[in-house]
Each structure stands twice: as structure tokens, then as C-alpha cells.
Design a protein. Structure first.
Length: 251
């Protein structure tokens, strides 16, 4: 059985790590380079860095901060936010990122995912989906959760898998920052209907929430922010708890 991954997430706005609720009401959570260093030492399996206003502000991702973060971490670094062309992807991979996460641009130009997977390999291309529940399914939101793209999230994910996306960062807007637990049904549906790994995001509030999304939700990895940034739990707390629950993790 493949080990489940625990991934802290740095949502970066104006050069600082922030945390919001349902993509609004942000509060400061610290310096991205310092936090990256801390999570690297803590034994995180990976680090997710998201420049959360790049797409909305229609600007390039903050590559200088990525370079600084990459120098401090020896775990895979996944970077997203405003990535909309092959040159930026190449620049980020050269700056030290191991994976890039594409969201808004994948909706607007699906061929970018295909071309990027061909050039850099599927393992380097993460499809980022901000999903919001709509009746019995989920719809894709773009521009940092600000705009409904009116696309069925599961159908879109399947299309992107065919085009070469290597994994999916699946964020529930309904649960984001609420600490009410992940959307289990959302993660389970995606995990069962796709063949690529699913990273669950949005809603972690307790150790049990993380266990549930990895077992009942069948996710391959759990991403969390608030519970780590504000020292509610350490990465070690989570991994020890999962180990005791007979879930395979790297310690």
C-alpha cells in the first residue's frame, strides 16, 4: 500500500502566508520562507505553495519567493497560482519546484495541460480544482474561487486526466477554512472514478478529519493549513495518529 501524504499548504497573498474562510476574510499566518523551513524540518511529505491572487489579479506568480522557499526545503514543492503558459512552468521547475498546479488556465485552455504533461511529464503537472457543491454534483470555480465556470467538476477532472494531469488538488470551497471536516463524498467520488492521486483540501479541523478523508474519502493525500500554521497540531501529531489507526505514512 502506498503511504498517504500529509501536505501543509502555504496560501500566499502580498508576500505573506494567509488563511481565509471560503476564500475570504484572510488573516496573516506568517512568512512563507520561515514556514516552509519549519514544515521541512517537521517531516511534511510535500509542500504546496499557492499564490492565491495571481489569476484574479492577472499577473505572474511570485518567482523570487519560490526560489527562496525552494532553497530551504528538501521535500517536493508544488507551486500554483496564475500559471498559464509553458515558459512560466519551465521557469518554476528551474526555480526549484517539483510540480506545478494549474487551475484557472486549465479551464480556459485545456491544451496547456496536454502540452505541459508532454514536455515535463505528468508527474510534474497537478490539476487544481476549486469545487463547490451544486445540487447533486460539484461545479468548478476559477480565479481563486471568485467565478463559477459552470463546468461539472468530475467530468472536467476526467478530461484533464486523459490530457495528462498527474494528480488532482481537490479543494472544497464549501469546507475551506471552516474546520468542519473535509467533503468526504466529494473526495470519495473523485478517488473512485479517476486513476490518478487525489489530494484532499478544505476543512481539516481535527486529527479525525484527516483520518476520515484518507479512509472513507479514499484520498491519497491530505492537505491542511490552519491546523498547522496556528500550531493546533504538528505534522508529527498527525502522522503518529494515522500510524496508530493503521494508516501507512512515512515517519
Amino acid at each position: 500500500m502506498l503511504a498517504k501524504r500529509i501536505i501543509p499548504c502555504l496560501d500566499v497573498k502580498d508576500g505573506r502566508v494567509v488563511k481565509g474562510i471560503k476564500f475570504v476574510n484572510f488573516r496573516d499566518a506568517g512568512d512563507p520562507v520561515e514556514l516552509a523551513k519549519y514544515y521541512n524540518e517537521q517531516g511534511a511529505d510535500e509542500l504546496s505553495f499557492l499564490d492565491i491572487t495571481a489569476s484574479y489579479e492577472n499577473r505572474r506568480i511570485i518567482i523570487d519567493i519560490i526560489r527562496k522557499v525552494a532553497k530551504e526545503v528538501f521535500i517536493p514543492l508544488s507551486v500554483g497560482g496564475g500559471i498559464n503558459n509553458i515558459e512560466t512552468i519551465r521557469e518554476l521547475l528551474n526555480a526549484g519546484a517539483e510540480k506545478v498546479s494549474i487551475g484557472t488556465a486549465a479551464v480556459k485552455n485545456p491544451e496547456l495541460v496536454k502540452e505541459a504533461a508532454k514536455k515535463f511529464g505528468s508527474q510534474a503537472i497537478v490539476l487544481s480544482i476549486d469545487a463547490k457543491r451544486k445540487n447533486n454534483s460539484w461545479t468548478v470555480y476559477i480565479k481563486g474561487g471568485r467565478e463559477d465556470a459552470n463546468i461539472d467538476a468530475l467530468k472536467f477532472a476526467k478530461k484533464m486526466e486523459k490530457l495528462g494531469a498527474g494528480e488532482i488538488l481537490l479543494n472544497s470551497i464549501d469546507r475551506d477554512g471552516t474546520k468542519r471536516g473535509y467533503d468526504i463524498e466529494l473526495n470519495k467520488r473523485f478517488s473512485e472514478e479517476l486513476n490518478i492521486p487525489i489530494i484532499a483540501s478544505g476543512g481539516a479541523g481535527s486529527l479525525n478529519d484527516i483520518k476520515n478523508v484518507l479512509t472513507k474519502g479514499k484520498a491519497d493525500a491530505a492537505l491542511a493549513a490552519s491546523i498547522f500554521h496556528y500550531k493546533q497540531y504538528t505534522i508529527n501529531d498527525v502522522k503518529k495518529y494515522l500510524k496508530r489507526s493503521n494508516i501507512e505514512v512515512r515517519i
